[in-house]
Design a protein around this ligand. Structure first.
Ligand SMILES: Cc1cc2nc3c(=O)[nH]c(=O)nc-3n(C[C@H](O)[C@H](O)[C@H](O)COP(=O)(O)OP(=O)(O)OC[C@H]3O[C@@H](n4cnc5c(N)ncnc54)[C@H](O)[C@@H]3O)c2cc1C
Length: 411
């Protein structure tokens, strides 16, 4: 039987839930399928910049979220001997309308879930997408891992970096392990014993031991994340291997302490007491640039968020770019109009091509910012005076204008 819900979304993570909401704002019903048995808290906090916060504001997420996160505007960088050497703007209420917000991932998931529930959007948990059975001009039919089948005019893979939906577009393509792991822990801010004028969040760069990050979280800043990147040697672990690495946290605590005597005192204090229960291990994966985010044949299968692009963490734009995908995608689909128009061959395809080109152009610029930041972090560049990085285009973006351009309806 043909489904009457125009859009099916695979994955109820940050992209999937926000997409369901953004579609709801366009009066487009959707249904979510999530492989986990219940909403998943993978731990940790994320940093949201004004581009994403503007979108979350449009979706009525910002107001309830604002009270749950830590506000800040600059990221500070210090040398190994604790000199302030650089700053990177992450938000500005004055310039862009929003300070940056650092908030626990589960807080954001909970706000999104509340709004999704209020909107009457259905989420089916314990439903693992397996593969596409067929795709026609009218829609797509797929199978879940439990053998059941479903169909919809449009299927969106918001199923993360290891996306199965992406297999329909790129059979055999897997995300590449970068051999880097982010190792983080949460500690009380008081443990730092930092003076009141010591600006946070800060990254302290040590030529031998790499960068040590300290970033406040919780609304009152009473907790900080501390972290370093770990270079993994040996072959990429399999599922069981990852389970072992991410569940046994003793090695991660030892790693965070390693070399503390070569950092300023604040790092020594930060690592003097670390609880294994507050430690997170985050492997970094990358994807090659993908030529298309919609199936070539009929554009009835689309990927977005981490499923379409995995952005290195340098500029902190991973999830922020996912929100840009979601809002502009929903806007474009909304402009195409009703369910019946969604079915019009060709129109959807060309609108989605414009959408992807526009999105990719912004992601390319984010990658350039990443490169600029990385260059500034090279130890040999310590004495060079840097020009400020232009971020106006990133943080002040007008997403409704972009939607109009992608949908080809701009006068
Ligand atoms: C510890 C950590 C810290 C991070 N910090 C930051 C940060 O500070 N700033 C930033 O911008 N980014 C950060 N990121 C990256 C950011 O989390 C991702 O960009 C973001 O989560 C992408 O969201 P997503 O919804 O596209 O994918 P995901 O969050 O991976 O969600 C995918 C969802 O799909 C589900 N799923 C997967 N396969 C299937 C299937 N076959 N069937 C059904 N459901 C499926 C999953 O269970 C999951 O719920 C961080 C990531 C981690 C892990």
């Amino acid at each position: 039987m043909a489904s009457t819900t125009p859009v099916a979304i695979i994955g109820a993570g940050l992209s999937g839930l926000s997409l369901a909401l953004a579609l709801h704002h366009q009066n487009i019903p959707s249904v979510l399928y999530e492989t986990q048995a219940a909403p998943l808290d993978i731990g940790g906090a994320i940093m949201l910049s004004p581009n994403a916060l503007r979108i979350l504001d449009r979706l009525n997420v910002f107001q309830p979220l604002e009270a749950r996160g830590y506000k800040f505007e600059q990221l500070y960088f210090r040398s190994g001997d604790d000199e302030l050497v650089d700053e990177f703007e992450f938000g500005s209420a004055e310039k862009y309308g929003y300070s940056a917000l650092r908030v626990y991932r589960y807080e954001l998931i909970n706000v999104l879930l509340d709004l999704v529930t209020q909107a009457g959007i259905r989420i089916e948990y314990g439903k693992k997408f397996d593969h596409i059975i067929s795709e026609t001009e009218q829609g797509v039919t797929w199978q879940f891992a439990d053998g059941s089948e479903s169909n919809a005019p449009l299927l969106v893979g918001a199923d993360g970096i290891h996306s199965r939906v992406r297999q329909h577009l790129y059979p055999g393509l897997v995300a590449k392990f970068t051999n880097m792991l982010g190792i983080t822990a949460a500690i009380p801010t008081a443990q730092l014993q930092a003076s009141d004028d010591y600006s946070l969040p800060v990254t302290i760069m040590n030529p031998k031991h790499g960068a040590f990050v300290i970033a406040p979280q919780l609304v009152d800043g009473s907790e900080v994340l501390v972290g370093k990147q770990y270079r993994f040697t040996g072959p990429e672990p399999d599922r069981e291997g990852w389970k072992k690495i991410t569940s046994d946290k003793k090695w991660a605590v030892d790693f965070l302490r390693q070399g503390h005597e070569n950092f300023p005192a604040i790092v020594d204090n930060a690592t003097s007491s670390l609880s294994e229960t507050k430690v997170n291990v985050w492997p970094f994966y990358l994807l090659p640039k993908l030529d298309t985010w919609a199936s070539e044949k009929h554009a009835r299968v689309v990927i977005l968020g981490d499923a379409a692009h995995a952005i290195p963490p340098t500029a902190g734009q991973g999830v922020n770019q996912a929100f840009e995908d979601v809002y502009t995608f929903a806007g474009v689909v909304g402009k195409l109009g009703s369910e019946s128009q969604l079915g019009a061959p060709g129109i959807l395809k060309s609108a989605l091509k414009n959408w992807q080109n526009g999105r990719q152009a912004r992601i390319d610029r984010v990658l350039e910012v990443n490169d600029q930041i990385n260059k500034r972090r090279m130890p040999s560049n310590e004495d060079v005076e840097f020009k400020p990085i232009d971020l106006e285009w990133l943080y002040s973006a007008d997403f409704d204008k972009m939607v109009a351009e992608y949908a080809g309806s701009l006068e």
